[in-house]
Design a protein around this ligand. Structure first.
Ligand code: MG
Ligand code: MG
Length: 248
């Protein structure tokens, strides 16, 4: 069952999304060589709380932090720790904020200082794959249309599409139905209706699509240790398109 949000719910989701996007904006200048992911996590926690919201991921299924901080070959769900960012790293930061019971969810991958051409291309194309996926959204399209747009673009650019993790509905839970895979066939899967709210979040790898989970029970890494990127927006489906709730 995919819920259709009322106007009042969409107003609250807009606030949650705005706080989520603003947390990204707030963190961005701090993403430099020498800062630890734990320090970034503390900054994000303090900012979200200062905005009258709570971090959606903290204690979610036991996750111990406010942000997911995933460096280089880490795909998603990296746990913030004392590791310092180094020149040439890329770091994906995933943020969720909950306002009056409604969530926003957005991930972005940032360069740390000067990065390699390969990593630059990975970031550029993974971000573009998000826009490709979003571009098909309007009332009446199928969820498979989104995945197909992302997968087609990723394949054209020789990037591996992570299949084990998917986008999702967003509302009073951070993860609601439907699943929104980053692959698929056009005209398959649930049909989107005006007022549905979904997070679209391609995770693309410079190497193969294969991933594994580390012993910490959270961090997903690429099997071949090649870098991975992740971009995500939460959007509301409109009659003739979509509105981004997690604008930055
Ligand atoms: Mg997310
Ligand atoms: Mg998400």
């Amino acid at each position: 069952m995919i819920s259709i949000k009322s106007d009042r719910e969409i107003e609250l989701l807009k606030v949650a999304g705005e706080i989520t996007g603003s947390t990204h904006k707030y963190l961005k200048p701090y993403i430099k060589p020498g800062i630890t992911t734990k320090e970034l996590d503390k900054l994000a926690y303090d900012y979200i709380v200062s905005r009258g919201a709570t971090p959606s991921f903290l204690h979610y299924d036991g996750f111990p932090a406010t942000i997911c901080a995933s460096i280089n070959e880490e795909v998603v769900h990296g746990i913030p720790k004392d590791r310092k960012l180094e020149e040439g790293d890329i770091i994906s930061i995933d943020i969720g904020a909950c306002y009056k019971g409604y969530h926003g969810d957005s991930a972005w991958t940032y360069p740390v200082g000067k990065i390699s051409k390969e990593k630059e291309n990975l970031l550029k194309h993974t971000e573009q794959s998000l826009w490709e996926g979003l571009s098909v959204i309007k009332a009446g399209v199928h969820v498979g249309d989104i995945g197909s747009a992302i997968e087609t673009y990723a394949k054209k650019n020789h990037l591996g599409v992570v299949k084990e993790l998917v986008g999702h509905g967003v509302g009073t839970s951070i993860h609601e139905s439907p699943d929104v895979p980053n692959y698929g066939k056009p005209k398959t899967g649930p049909i989107l209706k005006k007022g549905m709210v979904i997070a679209v979040e391609p995770m693309l790898n410079l190497g193969s699509a294969d991933v594994a989970i580390l012993d910490d029970g959270w961090t997903i890494v690429t099997m071949d240790d090649m870098p991975s990127a992740h971009f995500e927006h939460t959007v509301v489906v409109e009659e003739n398109g979509y509105t981004i709730l997690t604008k930055r």
